[in-house]
Design a protein around this ligand. Structure first.
Ligand code: FUC
Length: 804
């Protein structure tokens, strides 16, 4: 099979003034947006700890005294009054979250470069380098930009193919007030200042930027605030930015020393040397997964044109590019020790960005990390996991202050200060599952790695997430289940509640609690501790509300059957149970799965970017590859052309709109789920392969639950013809494939019967009207599949070939 066209975003026009045309580079700590403009180039800068405000809390401690009243109002069906009261006593009177700030713009003015030819710019995501090339008269100019992972700096190289050709003026500008900008020794441009005050929280982040210009040939000079280069052969620019941020409660680092130390370590290295080491560090992650869906001639066209054509052309390589771009963006915005990727990853040019460019944890921040484990970037999950551990501390006080419980909780937003109070308005903010949902990422990391030491280290976080629920659940006076009240299905309101979202015992919450309890019970047993606590959780779990199928054949979003089949709200939160959780499965719970399918059909396809990204995952989990592909088509539609919905910008950033990075990550996860799933009690190969990709393709490097790695898989005409697995911790590998397979060494594969003996693949019975009894249920859609068992040992390769 032909090798896929190299993985590059290509353009033959500069970005102009449009930020969403510019190309992102980053290393988790620093971000740059490279415009590739010719006579006035712009690199927009970010530093991931440059935020407004300072350590602060935003709980509303009036909550506790009014809780009984709010609950009574909700149970009495007086939701609007409950919401009004919640606005007064639950919603923060202080900060509604601080903002991620831009770190300024670096400009280069090239006089006489207005009329250029032979222009191209590209982002090579195999090497993580952005390049701009153009010609003026007979001179070819090349600019390269990287954000080095090992050196923690941005480096730009400007070259020309004739000596003495490079002349420009460079200066820095910023939206941040009161910045000080100066030059030193004619070659160092520095900027410094403080993050801004916001919503009553004083800005205490101090930042320092150092931009060192190094010319070869020609000469270099400066004014007070700009650098002037004349007739150089080549110029290298080293950008170091640091802040005093140490962690969410201390600002005790020296930003000047930090910025200096990164710069001094890098400045004596050449661009080539830094870029070689950067690419090697980047490829350590990136090269782990290779995807080939085939390619057509379209691969050679500029990326923006391919995007325009995508819905009407079969361009599988654009999907490959978009898939790998999701991995590129995660590597570039989330490195061990860095801040987690926020709503915009690491890239923001606005002083007041949409939703503060912070962390929305009722879907968006979690979605950012869906590709982390399965696309073999598990180390990059660390910043998110650390954020959860930190919220477990700040949210411990919130649980106590606001709800009088033990354990920890968070509402629907957080920020760099790990604020866990309720924000925006009760309609959105009186949601208590930010801790429950985010803590499931700790469990997921354990499921993929089998790392018991890790599980031991995060067990207190899991246990305390469970404790909050254990204390906060109360009996529903009408339904008698244990429920959360006040509760809501994120950001949606049933018609019956006249515009109020508040309710009790909504489906998503019950599913999240079920997961938090089930994983804590399992973790306690794996770690051999807390047996009586685990038993008490089992009792509580058995009293949670099960999922219900409503009068339109839908999965009920609320405890009462009050869904509107015409509701096309972007949040379909009750399908959390289908993905990322697996309480709904066409294998184990066919009736619930068909209700989930009805819900998906009723809600429709086109929506905001992240919502479509989620839908790719859901349709993949429904084993419907063609519908999942339809959503990829809607996602890969130029922004503004999907009626009422999101899409994609020219630089392949996801459009909510505006830009929000979650849709990129959601889609990368969804494409993975189309090719391999490991959440239905087995490793399922090609579970949702759309017709357009059936002919042939291959993928390598995906990770599966239980420490398995798919070293390589190749398919032809929808059949798996080769699959190579590695196990890192041993255990039974149960395989579900669309065709017969055999082992390469002629050992026969055993036909699987009963429950998968691999404990990583054993799920607790879900609250399902068609609960499985332990035997393998074969839903009609799965009749044609072949299921095998193979005991494995750690670090051995297992090669399987298709029968014919
Ligand atoms: C949630 C979503 C919005 C948006 C915001 C950042 O509130 O409902 O669509 O994505 O997060």
């Amino acid at each position: 099979m032909a090798q896929p066209h190299s993985l590059k975003l290509l353009y033959n026009t500069p970005s102009g003034k449009t930020w969403e045309n510019a190309l992102p580079i980053g290393n988790g700590y620093l971000g740059g947006m490279v415009y590739g403009n010719v006579d006035s180039e712009l690199i927009q800068l970010n530093e991931s700890t440059l935020w407004s405000g300072s350590p602060n809390r935003n709980d509303n401690n009036l909550s506790l005294d009014s809780l009984t009243e709010i609950r009574k109002l909700v149970f009495d069906g007086r939701q609007q009054e409950a919401e009004q009261l919640a606005n007064r006593v639950i919603i923060s009177k202080k900060s509604h979250g601080q903002m991620y700030l831009p770190a300024g713009d670096l400009h280069f003015v090239f006089n006489g470069h207005e009329n250029f030819t032979s222009y191209s710019r590209k982002l090579d995501i195999e090497k993580a380098i952005a390049t701009t090339i153009y010609k003026i008269d007979n001179v070819t100019y090349t600019r390269k930009a990287i954000t080095s992972i090992p050196d923690r700096i941005i480096v730009i190289e400007l070259t020309a193919d004739k000596p003495n050709s490079i002349s420009f003026i460079s200066f820095y500008s910023t939206l941040l007030p009161n910045a000080s900008i100066k030059t030193t020794n004619h070659s160092l441009l520095s900027f410094s200042g403080k993050g801004i005050d916001h919503e009553g929280v004083s800005g205490q982040i101090k930042y320092q930027g150092l931009i060192q210009f190094k010319n070869k040939g020609g000469n270099i000079n400066s004014t007070d605030t700009s650098i002037i280069v004349k007739n150089a052969d080549a110029v290298t620019v080293y950008i170091s930015i640091a802040t005093n941020f140490n962690n969410y409660h201390s600002l005790d680092l020296d930003e000047v020393e930090k910025a200096k130390s990164y710069l001094s370590k890098a400045v004596n290295k050449s661009f080539d040397e830094i870029s070689k080491q950067h690419t090697a560090a980047y490829q350590k992650y990136f090269n782990r997964v290779k995807l080939n869906l085939g390619e057509q001639q379209e691969s050679k066209l500029p990326t923006d044109e391919r995007l325009k054509n995508f819905t009407t052309t079969n361009d599988p390589q654009l999907v490959t590019l978009y898939y790998q771009y999701g991995r590129y963006l995660l590597i570039s915005s989330s490195q061990p020790g860095s801040q987690p990727a926020n709503l915009q990853g690491t890239w923001n040019n606005k002083l007041y960005p949409p939703w503060d460019s912070k962390y929305t944890i009722n879907i968006n921040a979690e979605m950012n990390y869906w590709p982390a484990e399965k696309t073999n970037l598990q180390e990059l999950h660390e910043p998110f996991i650390r954020m959860v551990k930190e919220m477990a501390v700040t949210g411990g006080l919130t649980a106590k202050n606001m709800y009088g419980t033990r354990g920890w909780m968070a509402h629907h937003n957080t920020d760099i200060w790990r604020a866990t109070g309720a924000v925006d308005g009760a309609f959105w903010g009186a949601w208590v599952n930010g801790g429950g949902w985010t803590s499931m990422h700790l469990w997921e990391h354990y499921l993929y790695s089998g790392d018991k030491k890790f599980l031991m280290s995060v067990y207190p976080v899991l246990k305390n997430a469970a404790l909050f629920y254990a204390d906060f659940l109360i009996e529903h006076p009408k339904h008698h289940y244990l429920v959360i009240c006040p509760d809501m299905s994120p950001e949606n309101a049933p018609k019956a509640h006249q515009g109020s979202s508040l309710d009790a015992g909504v489906t998503m919450t019950n599913q999240i609690i079920f997961d938090v309890f089930s994983s804590t019970i399992k973790a306690a047993s794996i770690l051999d501790q807390d047996q009586s606590f685990a038993d008490s959780l089992k009792k509580l779990r058995s009293r949670l509300a099960p999922m219900h199928i409503g009068k339109y054949g839908q999965l009920q979003e609320w405890l009462d059957d009050i869904d509107d089949p015409k509701d096309n709200h972007r949040h379909i939160s009750h399908l959390y149970g289908l993905f990322p959780s697996n309480q709904i499965s066409p294998v184990w719970t066919p009736a619930l799965a068909s209700a989930a399918k009805n819900t998906l059909l009723q809600r429709g396809d086109v929506s905001t970017g992240w919502s479509m990204g989620w839908k790719v995952n859901w349709w993949a989990k429904m084993l419907d590859g063609n519908h999942a592909y339809k959503l990829i088509q809607s996602q890969l539609t130029p922004v503004g052309t999907n009626e009422g919905g999101g899409g994609t910008y020219n630089n392949l950033f996801d459009a909510h709109p505006p830009f929000q990075i979650d849709g990129n990550f959601g889609c990368t996860s969804g494409i993975t789920e189309m090719l391999m799933q490991s959440s239905n009690g087995d490793i399922h190969l090609l579970p949702a392969l759309p017709d357009v990709w059936k002919k042939e393709g291959s993928i390598s490097g995906l990770k599966a639950i239980g420490g398995f790695e798919l070293i390589y898989m190749q398919w032809k005409n929808g059949r798996v013809i080769k699959a190579v697995f590695k196990s890192t911790i041993g255990g039974n590998l149960r395989l579900r494939v669309p065709n017969k397979m055999k082992m390469a060494n002629s050992k026969s594969l055993k036909k699987a019967i009963g429950r998968n003996p691999n404990t990583f693949y054993q799920y607790d019975a879900t609250p399902d009207p068609v609960r499985a009894d332990g035997s393998v249920i074969t839903a009609p859609a799965l009749k044609e599949m072949f299921i095998y068992d193979m005991p494995t040992k750690a670090h051995q390769l297992y090669v399987l070939l298709s029968g014919k």
